[in-house]
Design a protein around this ligand. Structure first.
Ligand code: PLP
Length: 430
């Protein structure tokens, strides 16, 4: 049956809150998706370089996850289980232990939080405060940790922070790696502030960071900086929290984004791609000695999304039971870097940002980046911007994207940039 797209779109304008966002840039009605492609109501297909902001690292509707989920539903497996013991939760935990935590010698406990990333961050901040008896948490410029009150206090972006409508407290902001002009080492600054009882910075409960800032502009911290910050946390009795919600689950080329950085976080927050299938699921990993919440001290009705446990287990088994997927990721990282270099060369001072399969190009202005993404969408590619001024064109394709589809997507992106740059009047007029 043909769908009347314009009538469908009008219901969104008429009824859906103005808080809606991504749909404004990609103004069509999507009806199905498979792998790295999404299809709209007219049957037009788009290459997806956004992947639910890294919630679909294994692509849309992975056939093995889908089959397991359909089986589970057909057999009347639980859909919702609070935090009861269920067979699916047991299976997920065993699989995660066997293929992820065990091989990495991580003895962390797994705590299922409410199903959003923000909730995992809230839990992590609360836990660090409980463990240390301190309130202050160090977070960094351009960090993004979610939009509930605690997580928002740790988020840098002023527009999001402004939405709180009340003072956000309990967090001290420090400059992230390479934030200061002239190459000053921001770890020196952090060290000095923590060492001086008169600096005005209270002893922290935790240092909270992303190893690659996903929303903040694909700033990738160096291993040396991360190691110094981790040591400072330890020396000052603070917990190190790595927010791996966007950079985890293979996005940087390894399962955790910190694996090759030489640091061992006390707490890791995970969400986005952890279910593998785009289903809501979040958790935090906690070193056993810090696992001190009492029963239900941090709780949530949706800690047992059993559908997500089913697909998450398949995702770990299918992609992380040996190192073949990781080897593929290294090859794709090189491809992405090479194609992004073409885009970077098209704009003055174009700079490649990020690492792994979360890379992009800083094109110098949010206006230009926005126009390139808008033009790319007209040509059949879904891609978004990132950064403090939305100046970074960000590639977050499913990690399972084939080389051929990657090239098709990049061809569109380069053409789109060419179209925009060859019409400078359009740029000036807007
Ligand atoms: C998306 C994101 C969050 C918030 O997750 P939600 O599910 O949107 O609440 C937190 N931290 C990072 C690094 C993220 O990318």
């Amino acid at each position: 049956m043909p769908t009347d797209t314009s009538a469908e779109i009008s219901v969104f304008k008429r009824r859906e809150s103005k808080a809606r966002s991504y749909c404004r840039g990609f103004d069509t009605v999507f009806t199905s998706a498979q792998g790295s492609e999404m299809t709209n109501a007219e049957g037009r297909s788009y290459i997806d370089f956004l992947a639910g902001c890294s919630s679909l690292n294994y692509g849309h509707n992975d056939p093995d996850m889908k089959a397991a989920l359909v089986d589970h539903i057909t057999n009347d497996g639980l859909a919702h289980g609070l935090d009861l013991h269920t067979d699916t939760k047991a299976e997920f935990l065993k699989t995660f232990e066997r293929h992820i935590l065990g091989p990495r010698a991580m003895d962390h406990k797994v705590m299922f939080t409410g199903p959003t990333g923000a909730n995992a961050v809230e839990a992590a901040m609360k836990l660090a405060r409980k463990v240390t008896g301190r309130t202050n948490i160090i977070a960094f410029t351009n960090g993004f940790h979610g939009v509930t009150m605690g997580a928002l206090a740790a988020t840098g972006n002023g527009y999001h922070r402004g939405g709180a409508g009340t003072p956000l407290s309990g967090v001290t902001r420090m400059p992230y790696d390479s934030y200061l002009p002239g190459g000053a080492d921001t770890a020196d600054y952090l060290e000095a502030m923590l060492a001086d009882g008169s600096s005005g910075v209270d002893a922290p409960a935790a240092i909270l960071l992303e190893t690659v800032q996903g929303e903040g502009g694909l700033n990738a911290a160096s291993a040396a900086w991360l190691q110094r910050v981790a040591k400072l946390a330890k020396d000052h009795g603070a917990l190190l929290i790595v927010d791996d919600i966007q950079a985890g689950c293979g996005r940087t080329g390894t399962f955790f984004s910190f694996e090759e950085m030489g640091i061992a976080p006390d707490i890791v927050t995970m969400a986005k791609s952890v279910s593998g299938y785009g289903l809501p699921m979040a958790m935090m990993l906690v070193r056993p000695q810090y696992d001190v919440f009492g029963p239900a001290e941090h709780n949530g009705t949706f800690r047992g999304n059993t559908h997500a446990f089913v697909t998450a287990k398949v995702a770990i088994e299918k992609f992380w039971s040996d190192d073949s997927f990781q080897t593929e990721l290294a090859e794709k990282e090189a491809l992405v870097h090479l194609r992004l270099a073409e885009l970077a060369a098209m704009v003055p001072d174009g700079e490649i940002k990020g690492r792994g399969l979360m890379q992009g190009v800083d094109v110098g202005s949010g206006d230009l980046a926005g126009q390139i993404c808008a033009r790319a969408f007209e040509k059949g590619l879904i891609i978004e911007t990132s950064g403090n001024e939305d100046q970074v064109v960000k590639v977050l394709a499913p990690l399972t994207t084939s080389e051929e589809t990657f090239h098709k997507g990049f061809d569109i992106l380069i053409e789109a940039a060419h179209d925009v740059l060859s019409k400078p009047t359009t740029l000036a007029a807007e």
